[in-house]
Design a protein around this ligand. Structure first.
Ligand code: GSH
Length: 223
């Protein structure tokens, strides 16, 4: 059976969990982390899940990071590469219409999420949730918020043109952006209005695969 190492609160692990839920295959989930464990972040005195520093895990993933998969002896790390592998191997029709251009466009949104949305949102999570209050900075928070909202204008413009990030149907390109938007909704009580993002997000939260691992706020905004 496919094995996945990670933790529910990791946004990169979340991409893989949501993808696996869309595909609908069974897997073993092995909790692993150097910085988080039951109860939250080590900064709050919690013991990490561990595993990531063991020689066995480093042999699978020399970065000592999560997620990693082992699919019947085929080992892969880097969350977006894992998602691409899983959709090509198990659900090309369902998750990109088995079409090369749809596939490439979906990977474009994976890259956009990783390069543009993730860095400012990481700052937002640190400033709003994870850092001890005395280490937080109002300037950093304002900068991160402005940068994130600016990138969302690009998502809004795409969703004004197409119902989903890539055309008429849900694809794996919706998953990473969907996770960012879900976190943003949970983190920020006051948000600028993006009507097309709101319409698209309302559809995503209805998906059983989203509800399975991704919906729970505890996996996103608790530190
Ligand atoms: N580019 C890598 C980054 C992996 C990464 O930084 N993962 C974080 C969790 S989202 C991690 O390993 N954090 C340390 C830990 O939990 O031990 C990927 O997308 O898989």
């Amino acid at each position: 059976m496919l094995k996945l190492w990670g933790r529910l609160t990791s946004n990169r692990t979340q991409k893989v969990l949501w993808t696996l839920a869309e595909i609908g295959i069974d897997f073993d989930f092995i909790l692993a982390s150097g910085v988080m464990g039951p109860g939250g972040h080590v900064a709050r005195g919690n013991t990490p899940f561990g595993v990531v520093d063991t020689p066995e895990y480093r042999a699978l993933n020399p970065n000592g990071r999560i997620p990693t998969i082992d699919d019947d002896g085929y080992v892969l790390w880097e969350s977006n590469a894992i998602c691409r592998y899983l959709v090509m191997q198990y659900a090309p029709q369902a998750l990109y219409g088995n079409d090369v251009r749809t596939f490439a466009s979906a990977t474009r949104w994976q890259d956009f999420e990783n390069n543009e949305l993730l860095p400012p949102q990481h700052e937002l999570v640190m400033e709003l949730v994870r850092l001890p209050p005395e280490q937080r900075s109002a300037d950093n928070l304002a900068r991160a918020r402005a940068a994130f909202n600016k990138r969302l204008e690009i998502v809004e413009a795409q969703l004004a043109r197409t119902p989903y990030m890539v055309g008429e149907r849900f694809t794996f390109g919706d998953i990473p952006i969907g996770i960012r938007v879900h976190r943003w909704v949970l983190l920020e009580a006051e948000r600028p209005r993006f009507p097309n993002i709101e319409r698209w997000y309302a559809g995503l939260v209805e998906r059983p695969a989203f509800q399975r691992f991704t919906a729970d706020p505890a996996n996103h905004v608790e530190g």
